[in-house]
Design a protein around this ligand. Structure first.
Ligand code: PRP
Ligand code: MN
Ligand code: MG
Length: 181
């Protein structure tokens, strides 16, 4: 591993398409939250890229906070065990929370996180996820803003890792099966 030329199978979503989609999502969010203030909650570490680009595309007044939860460890399969590595620094009581995620795979991470956030008494909680794998969903989650529905393949780039690598790719690619099989 570590050799991009061999580990990348193909580009699934090029950089320009990602950026165009994020601007569309930001436009919808701006319309929906007119007259209100947002608290963006980015889910570390995968959501870093989409959070940075979405926040810059939004015109709604906003604050940004982060939670670190991990369900995958270093493997390619969800363990189903959600670990909180860092909690919010913000009291979300009465706030309009928008959770920002890179991908919804099984839905386990997000369904756990939404229950956790709802219990803190926010004014509202919605989700913006750049990617969703409809075939992989095990726990249905209500996601208001979705960038792309993608096939059930292992994807890397734009925040998404394989064993912590490839998060810095500016596009979404698929990992060659020889890397993880
Ligand atoms: C990945 C991804 C989502 C989650 C989705 O995070 O960034 O947060 O898994 O999977 P699920 O829908 O099956 O729960 P990961 O746990 O790999 O941590 P990371 O963001 O630090 O890479
Ligand atoms: Mn993640
Ligand atoms: Mg990961």
């Amino acid at each position: 591993a570590g050799d991009m030329g061999r580990d990348l199978e193909k580009v699934l979503i090029p950089e320009e398409e990602l950026q165009t989609k994020i601007k569309e999502l930001a436009q919808r969010i701006d319309d929906d939250y007119a007259g209100r203030e947002l608290l963006l909650v980015g889910v570390l570490r995968g959501a870093v890229m989409v959070m940075a680009d979405l926040a810059r595309a939004l015109h709604t007044p906003l604050e940004m906070d982060w939670m670190a939860v991990s369900s995958y460890g270093s493997g390619t399969k969800s363990s189903g065990v959600v670990r909180v590595l860092k909690d919010l620094d913000t009291d979300i009581t009465g706030r309009h929370v928008l959770v920002v995620e890179d991908i919804i795979d099984s839905g386990l991470t997000l369904s756990w996180l939404l229950q956790n956030l709802e219990s803190r008494g926010p004014a509202s909680v919605e989700v913006c996820a750049l990617l969703r794998k409809p075939e992989a969903i095990r726990t249905p989650v209500d996601v208001k803003y979705v960038g792309f529905d993608i096939p059930n393949e292992f994807v890397i780039g734009y925040g998404l890792d394989y064993a912590e690598k490839y998060r810095n790719l500016p596009f979404i690619g698929t990992l060659a099966p020889h890397v993880y099989s």
